[in-house]
Design a protein around this ligand. Structure first.
Ligand SMILES: NC(=O)c1ccc[n+]([C@@H]2O[C@H](COP(=O)([O-])OP(=O)(O)OC[C@H]3O[C@@H](n4cnc5c(N)ncnc54)[C@H](O)[C@@H]3O)[C@@H](O)[C@H]2O)c1
Length: 249
């Protein structure tokens, strides 16, 4: 049974840019009340039904407090989009990969997703079930780098591999609460994160995508988030959304 988003509560991290911003738009379009979190909340477009807050997802207490203080609607959907994509070689020109960069990627991408998952699931578990026993859905954002990480992506790939790996155990554990957990593993999407990459890298990745030969657009990601809410049989899965792209080294 699908999750009716009209009037339902949703939380989106990384809602100020790229995939999170497109998800926020899509949820508002479906009539959801949304708690929009971002490290840079000024980027979040103000509109009716949206509460924007500045939160670092790596700070578990801050994520928990943001959710605890938001009472606009029963929380039925949580979407983790906040993320960073540092690149660095293990053996670089200036020496070994610095461990602070590696740690920050894991803290934001993996631990940040975990913080949203645990806080949102706790809120959802306390709600009365819907007619089919469902209480809510958590969607996280992995990456195809979890499977085909490229050179200089050790930190990013490790963090996204963790996001993908926690999907099934989380879905198994939360099944008794009627909470589904799905991860989306995007290929290459045209967002400010990708805009930071050199043009030849962006063009090469678009050209390497079998079909269509272009980067994904954020609205296509948001469409899949909505489908995760809509399709009540989708659970415990990591869904690649990549135009068939398999990244080379
Ligand atoms: N764009 C792609 O091609 C692509 C591919 C695969 C996976 N992803 C993943 O999708 C997610 C969104 O990426 P995007 O392309 O939209 O990036 P983006 O840079 O456009 O947006 C990311 C947002 O997250 C916020 N953010 C960063 N660190 C944060 C923190 N510690 N706490 C709260 N907010 C924080 C940023 O302020 C920004 O608004 C990321 O997890 C990224 O790794 C993106």
């Amino acid at each position: 049974m699908s999750l009716d988003l009209d009037g339902a509560g949703a939380v989106v991290t990384g809602a100020g840019s790229g995939l999170g911003a497109a998800t926020l738009d899509a949820l508002v379009g479906r009539g959801a009340r949304v708690l929009a979190l971002d490290l840079e909340p000024d980027r979040i477009a103000a509109r009716a039904g949206v509460t924007a807050l500045g939160v670092d997802v790596a700070d578990g207490d801050a994520v928990a407090e943001a959710l605890a203080g938001w009472e606009a609607a029963p929380l039925r959907l949580a979407v983790a989009c906040a993320g960073i994509a540092p690149a660095g070689k293990l053996v670089g020109r200036d020496g070994p990969h610095d461990s602070a960069t590696f740690r920050r990627a894991v803290e934001v991408n993996l631990v940040g997703s975990f913080h949203l998952l645990r806080s949102a699931a706790s809120r959802m578990a306390a709600l009365p079930p819907l007619a089919d026993g469902q209480r809510g859905v958590v969607v996280t954002t992995a990456s195809i780098a979890a499977e085909d990480g490229q050179t200089a992506q050790c930190a990013y790939a490790a963090s996204k591999g963790g996001v993908a790996a926690m999907t099934l155990p989380a879905a198994r554990e939360l099944a008794r609460h009627g909470i589904r957990v799905v991860a989306i593993a995007p290929g290459v999407f045209d967002t400010p994160m990708m805009a930071g990459m050199p043009a030849p890298v962006r063009e090469g990745l678009a050209a390497a995508t079998p079909f269509p030969k272009r980067m994904g657009v954020p609205a296509e990601f948001a469409q899949l988030v909505l489908h995760c809410a809509d399709n009540g049989y989708l659970n415990g899965a990591v869904l690649r959304l990549d135009g068939g792209l398999r990244m080379g080294s």
